[in-house]
Design a protein around this ligand. Structure first.
Ligand SMILES: *Cc1c(COP(=O)(O)O)cnc(C)c1O
Length: 350
C-alpha cells in the first residue's frame, strides 16, 4: 500500500526537518505489518534498577528486529517509477528492506561488508534479495550501494539517515507512550542514530521531560564520538558482539546526527564482557533470545553505568538475529573470538 504523505515527501525535497506528524503517518503506513510489539515487565531488571523496567520486544518483529518499521515506511514512500531499492546494512536493515521490497514486488539489493555474520547474510538471501559483499567496512558497502543506484536506477535507503526510516523507527516512541504514558526513561541501543533519534523526537515532543539515553559498545561508537566532537567523525570498525551497532554515521550526515544532538539526554558505552553478561542475563532471567546489539542497555543497568534511572524505564530489545552458534557458546560460558580479540567466557551466575 502506498500512502500519500505530503509533509514527508515535501521534506525530502526541501530538506525540512522531521516532525511528530511524520511519525504518526509512518504508524498508519506500517500498521498491521510492523507495529505494536509487546511491552513486558522484567522483574530481574526492575530489581537491579530499583525502578520498574519494561522490555519493548522488537525481537518479535517478523524479521526479528525493529528495522522493519523504517524499511516498510521508506519502501511505501518511494518516488514513482523506482526500479527497485538498494541499501548497505550490518544485517537487520537489509532484512527489513528485503522483506518490504518483496511485499511491494520490487527488486532489492543489499550491500554488506565481510564483517556481517553469516546468519544475517543467509536471512537476507532467504527473503529473495540480491546480496553483494563489498569490502571490509560499512563505508565500503555504502559506496557499492551508491554505485548500484547510479548504474541500475535503484533508490538508496539509508539504514539510519533517511527521514522515512527515522519516522518508521520513531513509531516505537508512540507505542511506548500510548501504552504507558508514565514512562520516564527510555534506553535505546545506538549506532547510526535513526532509532534513538526517531524515538527521542516522538517521545520528547509528546512528553518533554522524559529522558532518552543512547547506549553503544565502547569500541567504534560512532554517534557517541561524533556528539563529543561536535560533528560527524570517522571511527575504526572492529568486530563486536554488538555487530548491528557497527559502522560510521556518515561524514555528510543530514538527519540522525542533529536529532541525537538535540534530543538525547546522554550516551553511555559498555564493554564486550558486559554485553556477553547481559545476553546471558536476559536469557536466563527473562528467557529472551536477543543479539548483542540489543542488550547494551541491559549491560548499562547491570554495571551501574546507568544508575538509579527514573522509572518506569523502557528498554528497547532491538533484535534477535544472532548467530546461534555464538549464542550457544555464550549461554554455556565459552570464550568468543572477535577478530583478533577474545571475549573471555564465564558461566552465568558462576
Ligand atoms: C540497527 C540496529 C540498532 C541501531 O539502530 P541505529 O538506528 O543505527 O542507531 C540497534 N539494534 C539492532 C539490533 C539493530 O539492527
Amino acid at each position: 500500500m502506498r500512502s500519500i504523505d505530503l509533509s514527508v515527501a515535501d521534506m525530502r525535497l526541501w530538506g525540512m526537518s522531521l516532525a511528530l506528524a511524520d511519525i504518526f503517518a509512518a504508524r498508519n503506513t506500517i500498521a498491521g505489518v510492523a507495529a505494536d510489539t509487546p511491552l513486558v515487565p522484567s522483574p530481574f531488571l526492575s530489581g537491579l534498577a530499583g525502578a520498574e523496567v519494561l522490555l519493548k520486544l522488537e525481537n518479535t518483529q517478523p524479521i526479528g528486529a525493529f528495522k522493519l518499521r523504517g524499511a516498510m515506511n521508506a519502501v511505501a514512500n518511494l518516488p514513482e517509477g523506482a526500479a527497485g531499492v538498494s541499501c548497505c546494512s550490518t544485517g537487520n536493515h537489509g532484512r527489513g528492506v528485503a522483506f518490504a521490497a518483496k511485499r511491494a514486488g520490487l527488486r532489492a539489493v543489499v550491500c554488506m561488508s565481510s564483517m556481517v555474520p553469516k546468519a544475517k547474510v543467509d536471512g537476507i538471501r532467504a527473503l529473495g534479495a540480491d546480496v553483494q559483499i563489498a569490502g571490509a567496512s560499512q563505508d565500503d558497502a555504502q559506496a557499492e550501494s551508491l554505485r548500484l543506484c547510479e548504474s541500475d536506477g535503484l533508490v538508496e535507503i539509508s539504514p539510519f539517515d533517511d527521514p522515512f526510516v527515522i519516522a518508521g523507527q520513531g513509531t516505537i516512541g508512540l507505542e511506548l507512550l500510548a501504552e504507558r504514558p508514565d514512562i520516564q526513561t527510555i534506553l535505546v541501543p545506538l549506532s547510526g542514530g535513526g532509532l534513538a533519534g526517531g524515538i527521542a523526537l516522538a517521545a520528547k515532543t509528546i512528553k518533554p521531560d522524559i529522558s532518552v539515553i543512547g547506549v553503544s559498545m565502547d569500541r567504534g561508537a560512532a554517534m557517541h564520538e561524533s556528539l563529543a566532537a561536535g560533528g560527524p567523525v570517522e571511527v575504526t570498525e572492529v568486530a563486536s558482539l554488538a555487530d548491528s551497532l557497527g559502522g560510521g554515521i556518515g561524514m555528510d550526515n543530514r538527519h540522525s546526527y542533529a536529532l541525537c544532538r538535540d534530543y538525547l539526554d546522554d550516551t553511555v558505552l559498555v564493554t564486550e564482557e558486559e554485553i556477553y553478561a547481559a545476553m546471558q542475563a536476559l536469557y536466563f532471567e527473562d528467557r529472551i533470545v536477543a543479539e548483542g546489539g540489543s542488550v547494551v542497555g541491559i549491560a548499562a543497568l547491570m554495571t551501574g553505568r546507568i544508575s538509579a534511572p527514573k522509572g518506569p524505564v523502557a528498554m528497547i530489545v532491538t533484535g534477535r538475529n544472532c548467530d546461534m552458534g555464538v549464542f550457544t557458546t555464550i549461554m554455556t560460558g565459552g570464550d568468543v573470538r572477535l577478530g583478533d580479540t577474545i571475549v573471555k567466557g564465564k558461566r552465568y551466575g558462576a
